[in-house]
Design a protein around this ligand. Structure first.
Ligand SMILES: Nc1nc2c(ncn2[C@@H]2O[C@H](COP(=O)(O)OP(=O)(O)O)[C@@H](O)[C@H]2O)c(=O)[nH]1
Ligand SMILES: [Mg+2]
Ligand SMILES: [Zn+2]
Length: 330
């Protein structure tokens, strides 16, 4: 879907002045260039023209966009001074339709949803096998956010030198997830291969080794390691996502802020099942109001008629559903 060409007169409405003849030549936006948003800071958006990391401009949001959210990963059109010189400020005049959204609510009772990252193809969920111990509930909830937002989830396991990966990885195998070992003693090449040519969002609890991993992938990123200054107080913790270009120039990694909660108030049980084609077909025939958890809650759930790999997927998806319904935050 492509929005029609923009003109300021389309959106700026000045009550009471509408009858005034428009004689002035208004600026056109023929010179607009497309860019990708790579950072957000207090009403200023860092944008790279044509997705080229070397062509960075800082932009504000054009007044006519009102409070339209503009997030890291967004594809935008910008006008004005595009030289990128310091002290210049361009304007974002249009935000393209998003191909994916990683969104969350502050917690399950807060219906206000925030988009954390736009247009990422994959979500790399970073989990430590020990110190801190893995919490599968967090993984399940981020998986739900990925599947329902149109991102392909990948599980990256760190600290394999401290604990065995097999048991934890098994939990997620039946979903068909790609699982990669990503600790300091693991080779970095398999991760680089996964990232090549893609925009990948990264998420993980504080202390799991996310910054350590980013610094191995992108030495220029200089992510602070072992940074606990903000824990508890919220001070000094980054609250926004930020995108880093891969050294190859083919793709981006978007580091997301440390999440203390990953609310999913905007997600329903059916939303979780729909991404899995075999399961989505089956629930068409479920009784009204079926929560798809199976007996005893749902003795007639159609998911219980599936066999083989589909049945194993049902079990795995039901773990996600249980997490969703438990209304917990992690
Ligand atoms: N043993 C071990 N320690 C790790 C590994 N990866 C990171 N760490 C350590 O874990 C701590 C937290 O790492 P950091 O990258 O800051 O985690 P972040 O909060 O997720 O960004 C640091 O002391 C790292 O040196 C790993 O694979 N094994
Ligand atoms: Mg960090
Ligand atoms: Zn059902």
């Amino acid at each position: 879907m492509r929005s029609r060409d923009y003109d300021e007169s389309d959106v700026r409405v000045r009550p009471g002045k509408s009858s005034r003849p428009r004689t002035k030549v208004r600026p056109t936006h023929d010179s607009a260039e497309s860019a990708m948003v790579i950072s957000v800071d207090r009403g200023r958006w860092g944008c790279v023209l044509g997705g080229d990391p070397e062509r960075l401009v800082v932009a504000m949001r054009a007044r006519e966009l009102g409070r339209t959210p503009i997030v890291v990963g967004d594809s935008v059109d910008i006008v004005g001074d595009l030289s990128g010189r310091s002290d210049t400020l361009a304007r974002i005049i249009r935000v393209a339709d998003r191909t994916s959204v990683l969104r969350r609510t502050a917690d399950d009772t807060d219906p206000f949803e925030r988009i954390v990252v736009a247009n990422a193809q994959q979500l790399l969920i970073v989990v430590a096998l020990a110190d801190p111990p893995p919490r599968s509930g967090f993984v399940e909830r981020t998986l739900i956010a990925a599947y329902t937002g149109g991102l392909t989830p990948v599980l990256a396991l760190t600290k394999g030198d401290l604990a065995n990966a097999a048991e934890f990885a098994q939990l997620f195998e039946d979903l068909g997830l790609t699982v990669v070992n990503a600790g300091i003693e693991d080779p970095i090449e398999p991760i680089n291969d996964l990232l090549d040519g893609k925009v990948t969002a990264l998420i993980g609890h504080s202390g799991v080794g996310k910054s350590t991993m980013v610094n191995r992938i992108i030495p220029d990123a200089f992510r602070p390691v072992g940074d606990v200054t903000g824990v508890g107080k919220g001070r000094h913790t980054s609250t926004q996502s930020v995108a880093f270009p891969l050294p190859s120039g083919r793709g981006w990694v978007i580091d997301t802020p440390g999440v203390r909660s990953f609310g999913l108030a905007h997600i329903s049980s059916n939303d979780v099942i729909t991404p899995f084609a075999d399961l989505a077909d089956a629930i068409e025939n479920c009784p009204r109001g079926c929560t798809h958890l199976g007996p005893p809650a749902d003795p007639e759930c159609e998911l219980d008629k599936l066999e083989g790999q589909s049945a194993r997927r049902v079990a795995a998806v039901r773990i996600m559903l249980t997490s969703l319904i438990a209304n917990e935050t992690y």
